[in-house]
Design a protein around this ligand. Structure first.
Ligand SMILES: *Cc1c(COP(=O)(O)O)cnc(C)c1O
Length: 392
């Protein structure tokens, strides 16, 4: 069971008051960035048994402890480790719980670089991966092998936004003795808390909403009590470390995350509804819309929606899709998301799906809705559609 007791206040309050140790901050509101490699000990005996709150730079400092403590509270986790990027938050727990000869089950809508890691490094280390349809539910049973050690989920999935039945998939994994982990970057623990649904490990590319300002790369991995020791050991053994200034910036980002996420989610949903009525739009891939695969699981498990979704344009060629994206003036073209600014990227799924369809039926664009005025964003999209219609 998780060691952390249920927090006495609601999460928006904890985001403001958690992770603030007054002794560490000398009564400043924020725990400052603590720099340090060497930690000095009072005597040799103490050094030999490492009996001290902090032992060496890589193992933590008051700034990282504040962030991990607050994050564990939000996730309802026994503990959290910090990694150097969102991607290393995906790969570190896989390395922690897999060994040569093991079998891994991965949701087919997983973040693409996670897939690259499974198909490259894990293959070299003798781990075999099977990709499954995120809508498989109880059918996952049939894919289990005696050596299946990890079930890896992502909800909603990258780019196509299917929402899996996390509870069922986690229960199937647990009954088999496999560790379940989920990339929870889209929802953050404000909108979905995987550990409460039986998942062992929750992964966050904190580069996105927790940081919130497109200036930090960081990963957070939260685990239940059973998985925490092995996760911590692996993270330390890999030599993972993130500098205190970046850790500090993420703590600062968290103070306003509830507000940002709520506002970006609300605007994104309004805009998704507006887009679904546009003649140029064939489909809107947004978990809160009934046509999204897994919408029922979204309704059951999630407390709201985030600011990222995709659209599929009708009657598309790549050059028309590009004309649409290029004509937008408020939406930057770039990877990553979760910052305060809107983004749009064209994408296709060719070569990155094993069981899900690679063809979404038209030209696909992913939108991240920022904190701009909603009417301005809609006007920008409107003129984008004019460019789309005008393009050959
Ligand atoms: C961006 C992203 C990551 C990786 O985060 P980085 O900090 O960019 O390495 C992992 N998972 C998902 C779902 C993401 O969107």
């Amino acid at each position: 069971m998780d060691k952390t007791p249920a927090p006495p206040h609601r999460r928006a309050t904890r985001l403001v008051h958690g992770g603030r140790n007054r002794a560490d901050s000398q009564n400043l509101v924020n725990v400052p960035p603590f720099r340090g490699s060497t930690v000095l000990y009072p005597n040799s005996e103490n050094f030999l048994v490492r009996r001290s709150r902090f032992t060496y730079g890589i193992h933590g400092n008051p700034t990282s402890e504040a962030l991990c403590g607050l994050w564990s509270e939000l996730e309802g986790a026994a503990g959290t480790v910090i990694t150097s990027s969102g991607l290393s938050a995906c790969t570190t727990p896989l390395l922690a719980f897999l060994a040569a000869g093991d079998h891994l089950l991965v949701s087919d809508n997983v973040y693409r670089p996670t897939r690259t890691f499974c198909d490259g490094i894990l293959v070299r280390f003798g781990v075999e991966t099977t990709y499954f349809d995120p809508m498989i539910g109880e059918g996952l049973q049939a894919l289990l092998r005696p050596n299946t050690k990890v079930v890896y989920l992502e909800a909603p999935g990258s780019l196509s936004f299917e929402v899996c039945d996390t509870r069922t998939l986690a229960a199937v994994a647990r009954a088999h003795g496999a560790v379940s982990m989920i990339d929870n970057t889209w929802a953050t623990p404000l909108l979905f808390r995987p550990l409460e649904h039986g998942v062992d490990i929750s992964i966050q590319a904190a580069t996105k909403y927790p940081s919130g300002h497109s200036d930090v790369m960081i990963g957070l991995v939260a685990a239940n009590a059973a998985c925490l020791p092995r996760l911590r050991e692996t993270n330390a053994a890999l030599g993972q470390y993130l500098g205190p200034d970046d850790v500090y910036l993420v703590l600062r980002g968290l103070r306003s995350m509830e507000l940002r996420l709520r506002e970006q989610g609300r605007k994104a949903l309004d805009i998704a509804h507006w887009l679904s009525a546009r003649p140029e739009v064939l489909r809107v891939l947004h978990p809160a819309l009934p046509e999204c695969p897994g919408h029922a699981f979204y309704m059951r498990d999630f407390e709201g929606s985030a600011g990222l979704f995709s659209i599929v344009l009708d009657d598309a060629t790549q050059s028309r899709v590009n004309a649409f994206v290029d004509s937008l003036t408020l939406f930057g073209i770039g990877a990553s998301w979760g910052g305060y600014e809107s983004l749009a990227i064209p994408f296709n799924l060719r070569g990155i799906r094993k069981v899900l369809p690679e063809d979404l039926g038209g030209g696909a664009v992913r939108l991240q809705i920022g904190l701009e005025d909603q009417e301005d964003l809609i006007s920008d999209l409107e003129q984008g559609f004019a460019a789309y219609r005008a393009s050959a």
